[in-house]
Design a protein. Structure first.
Length: 159
């Protein structure tokens, strides 16, 4: 469908990095994060929130170690130009129904235009979250330029 695969660094730059997202439940946290991210021209914020919550209610998007990857179950946008990943550090860890029992303190909200793109983004995030240096950066609530620099360095060698 779409010819080019987006770089994760570009997607996070577009989505942004957010600190101290408030909330005591995943529903509150997600509502606050959706309010903070850049406006999607093709999807109202309330529709995005509803879709993300519906997906979360089906099954936790926590991948363990305090990280969750919330996303709509079905892509809501049609343009790859609106795809983004928003990185959010929570003010306080929240119970996310994680299989490992750990509370979540870091989110990567994925908004993609197609199932294939979604899987590519998930694969990249999974790869980075398994890298000790990257995981450490998340735990230290690294700044946008640090995260982007680390990812760009890795991605420039990818074909």
């Amino acid at each position: 469908m779409f010819e080019t695969e987006k770089k994760l660094a570009e997607l996070i730059e577009r989505g942004g990095v957010y600190y101290d997202i408030q909330g005591t439940t995943y529903r509150e946290v997600l509502a606050n994060l959706v309010k903070a991210i850049p406006v999607l021209h093709s999807v109202p914020a309330d529709s995005l929130l509803k879709a993300v919550l519906e997906r979360e209610d089906l099954m936790s998007t926590s991948i363990g170690n305090g990280i969750a990857l919330p996303h709509p179950r079905i892509p809501l946008i049609s343009s790859p130009d609106e795809e983004m990943v928003a990185l959010a550090y929570l003010k306080n860890p929240v119970d996310w129904n994680s299989l490992d029992g750990e509370k979540v303190d870091t989110l990567l909200l994925i908004i993609s235009a197609a199932a294939k793109h979604h899987l590519q983004i998930l694969s990249k995030i999974n790869y980075f979250c398994r890298q000790e240096n990257f995981y450490g950066m998340l735990k230290e609530h690294a700044k946008l330029y640090e995260i982007i620099g680390f990812i760009r360095e890795a991605e420039k060698n990818w074909k």
